[in-house]
Design a protein. Structure first.
Length: 199
């Protein structure tokens, strides 16, 4: 069906250097929550990171899916590098890509986006929540890999730059409301205060 991808290669400067994916959220590491949700619909999950040793204990607890750590193509160059690595490693054509700081990732939302990607054959399906484009928690086809590679070679690392180069369709608030899917799935946590507020 699709491969789950968690981008965990950031510098975590606003968290004082502590990796966001390992910070407890409602009693368990945030990464654990994401893996459990992704494993509901993904048989393969890729954790894109340059520090796999940090996550080994958590990955051992996931039995419902095959979870692998893969490195960024160009460490420190942002999510595009991780997306490129995931496209090359994915066993399926479709990838559900999220950031490691998103506590409410939703299998239901991903399935709805996947269905839309299948019906439109778009390169990507991207949520637009409260009129804001959310490139993460989107569904991407791995055929975008050459475009991502070209952008990396040009040292253009912004996700919106990728969207400008591919054919994508959007799913808005109404799309998810009609399917009774809460709109919180794109929330991300960047600071300690964000974690406290979300909990």
């Amino acid at each position: 069906m699709m491969t789950g991808v968690i981008l965990a290669g950031g510098q975590n400067r606003r968290m004082g250097g502590k990796h966001k994916a390992l910070i407890p959220f409602r009693g368990v590491p945030l990464l654990n929550i994401q893996l459990q949700e992704m494993a509901r619909i993904c048989k393969q999950i890729l954790l894109v990171t340059h520090k796999p040793e940090l996550f080994a204990p958590i990955l051992q607890d996931i039995r419902q899916a095959e979870v692998s750590c893969i490195p960024d193509v160009l460490p420190g160059k942002g999510p595009l590098s991780g997306i490129h690595a995931a496209c090359l490693a994915a066993e399926t054509n479709r990838l559900w890509i999220v950031g490691c700081d998103m506590p409410y990732v939703s299998a239901a939302a991903a399935e709805a986006l996947y269905d839309l990607s299948e019906s439109t054959q778009a390169d990507a399906v991207i949520p637009v929540i409260h009129e804001k484009v959310q490139p993460l928690h989107g569904i991407y086809d791995k055929r975008i890999a050459p475009v991502v590679s070209e952008l990396l070679g040009m040292e253009q690392f912004k996700l919106m730059g990728l969207l400008a180069r591919i054919h994508f369709v959007t799913a808005d608030d109404l799309f998810f409301a009609q399917r009774d899917i809460a709109l919180t799935f794109t929330v991300n946590l960047n600071t300690p205060d964000d974690f406290l507020s979300a909990e």
